[in-house]
Write a protein that binds this ligand. Structure first.
Ligand code: GTP
Ligand code: SPV
Ligand code: MN
Length: 589
């Protein structure tokens, strides 16, 4: 008798009609075979999907150029299909499930003719962890199949975990004809099903990532009493050897990966990386929050990554341990056959091919690499990866950091005074939009907990779920707000950021340990003069003052936008948060 999994795969094959069906085992030999297919056979826009890069400088590295209309997430084509529109909330596009299903079945009908259907069994999280989930994705793209092997745990452990159960996360993916008019990413939380058509881009196509581990998992977490969050997990070792674990939520392209692989400038401090994008958070028996990273790799923004900003990531990208590492939509330096992007070196190489395959003209004023060009690399290649990365229970959390990208208003760091205040501050978080999604960049939008595009249900209910942990968790972490991106009048960043952010982590650890003082401000607690360790950093006093300023006019200007944002959710906004908003208004009236 065929298992439920086999029957489901058969049924999808009858729908999509591939020439071949290939079950992945997750081995390195298989990854090599898939890359070879991409080097020699599979094409996008007439070009092979992979190109070998300089294997001496970048062992196991391959280049991929996507369709030029398919370079970022498409939030306007992403839907949550539940019976009641209100349950999806104004934060999601909604379609009635049967309508959504009919639309997708139409697109998938016969779409894999002449192609291979890859069956990708994988787990999110260590399969030994009680919090891990068994999943299967079907895809007709070798790029997606190879990427899934880097980003998740693909192979036998997943099929073993599924056994003959019907209870596994199901995803169906086809790149279709890459026509943006025929592109949809649909979630059916009630069926634990995702259907994605017409895109090969990360968040749209690697369905274990944003689609399952955030949108579907957040809805599961709401039901089951846990949280699926857009957060990094790090352990910070202080000079006394103690490790303090933090979660950190920043919107897309706002600094998660860089903070997750931080190489502190402060002597004696070290960051142990556990995750750079997603955290699943549960309440432990000891009354603390514990987090695991369901992923196995990094799908990171290339521009801005260099030896000065993120030396550990550069080492990771040049490591030869785990096959392969992919570079998507970067430029290529033709003299060395290596990937290049803005920020990799101070000097732009002479002989570049741009991300679209044309000779690069530096005088064009355009970047050579796409602003959302990315690398896909295994966490096993990362020298700062924590040993406890595979811990089935996860790590106990002492602090949560929230940060957006704001030119103005939001100070470098402040600490909220209670769980409810922390939830409130995170719920009103704003951030300038970035190239990670297909929309205008640089516009401030509310992005609560960095989850606006990823919360799979009504965000009003999500706020309530968050507040609930305040009662359920005995030892609550401290909640901090940060902003690395405040700018001076000349338009340049006031704070040097990157490795210097360790100075802020130090203050947080000292706060957690009761070793640092703080002063009260209308928005929360901030470092007293001299309490941030700025040793060896040459930063003008005026810049520091501006970085730590709580400007009444700027804060007052925030309030109408926050009210407008809240009002969409009507009476699903918890009373506690409405009350806090009233208090904030009074402070800045
Ligand atoms: P996603 O993968 O989209 O979720 O992005 P992310 O949140 O992981 O952001 P990432 O760390 O990749 O950084 C995004 C961009 O912000 C890159 O261009 C970085 O170079 C830049 N960046 C990261 N940290 C800092 C910082 O502390 N200061 C400044 N000025 N830029 C930063
Ligand atoms: C993001 O946009 O938040 C990313 C990239 O991490 S993606 O996986 O495409 O969502
Ligand atoms: Mn992300």
């Amino acid at each position: 008798m065929a298992t439920h999994l086999e029957q489901w795969v058969q049924k999808q094959a009858e729908l999509t009609k591939p020439d071949k069906i290939y079950w992945m085992d997750g081995s390195e030999a298989e990854a090599k075979k898939l890359v070879k297919i991409g080097l020699e056979e599979e094409k996008i826009n007439g070009n092979n999907i992979f190109k070998e890069l300089n294997q001496k400088e970048y062992p196991n590295a391959f280049f991929h150029r996507s369709h030029p209309t398919d370079v970022s997430r498409t939030e306007h084509l992403t839907f949550v299909c539940v019976p009641n529109k209100e349950d999806a909330g104004p934060n999601n596009n909604w379609m009635e499930p049967s309508e959504g299903k009919a639309k997708m079945l139409g697109l998938f009908d016969g779409c894999m003719k002449g192609r291979t259907m890859y069956v990708i069994p994988y787990t999110m999280g260590n399969p030994e962890s009680p919090y891990s989930k068994a999943c299967v994705q079907l895809s007709d793209s070798a790029y997606v199949a190879v990427s899934m092997r880097i980003m998740t745990r693909v192979g036998r452990q997943a099929t073993d975990k599924i056994g003959n159960s019907e209870n596994f996360a199901k995803s169906l993916h086809s790149i279709g004809d890459l026509n943006p008019e025929r592109r949809f990413i649909m979630h059916f939380p009630e069926e634990n099903l995702i259907m994605s058509f017409g895109s090969g881009y990360g968040g749209n196509a690697l369905l274990g990532k944003k689609c399952f581990s955030l949108r579907i998992a957040s809805a599961l977490g709401k039901k089951e009493g846990w949280l699926a969050e857009h957060m990094i997990i790090i352990g910070v070792e202080s000079p006394d050897g103690k490790v303090t674990y933090f979660l950190g939520a920043f919107p897309s392209a706002c600094g998660k990966t860089n903070l997750a692989l931080l190489d502190p400038v402060l002597k004696g401090y070290k960051v142990r990386t556990l995750g750079d994008d997603i955290a699943w958070i549960n309440v432990g028996k000891d009354g603390r929050l514990y987090a695991i990273n369901p992923e196995m790799g990094f799908f990171g923004v290339a521009p801005g990554t260099g030896d000065k900003t993120n030396p550990i990531m550069i080492k990771t990208l040049k490591n030869n341990k785990y096959f392969p590492t992919l570079f998507t939509n970067t430029a290529i330096d033709n003299d060395t056959n290596t990937p290049w992007w803005e920020g990799l070196s101070d000097k732009t190489p002479e002989n570049l091919t741009d991300w679209q395959g044309n000779k690069y003209d530096a005088s064009s004023g355009k970047p050579a690499a796409h602003p959302n060009s990315r690398f896909t690399v295994s966490a096993l290649n990362c020298p700062s990866m924590a040993e406890e990365f595979n811990s089935p229970q996860g790590v106990p959390i002492s602090g949560i950091i929230f940060g957006g990208r704001r030119k103005t208003t939001i100070p470098l760091v402040y600490e909220t005074k209670s769980w409810d205040e922390g939830v409130f501050a995170a719920s009103i978080m704003g951030s300038e939009t970035t190239a990670a999604a297909a929309h205008q960049s640089g516009v401030v939008r509310r992005d609560p907990m960095a989850m606006l595009p990823f919360c799979g249900y009504n965000m009003g209910d999500y706020f309530k779920h968050w507040l609930g942990f305040g009662k359920k968790v005995k030892h609550l972490p401290k909640v901090f707000m940060v902003n690395w991106f405040r700018k001076g009048e000349d338009g340049s960043f006031l704070w040097p950021g990157f490795r210097e952010n360790s100075r802020i982590l130090k203050w947080m650890i000292d706060r957690i340990e009761g070793k640092a003082g703080a002063k009260d401000t209308p928005i929360g607690l901030m470092p007293k003069d001299g309490e941030l360790d700025l040793s060896g950093l040459d930063i003008p006093k005026a810049s520091m003052d501006k970085l730590l300023e709580v400007n009444k006019t700027e804060w007052a200007a925030e309030i109408p936008d926050i009210e407008k944002f809240y009002s969409q959710f009507g009476d699903r906004v918890p009373a506690e948060l409405k009350k806090q908003l009233e208090e904030l208004k009074k402070k800045f009236a």
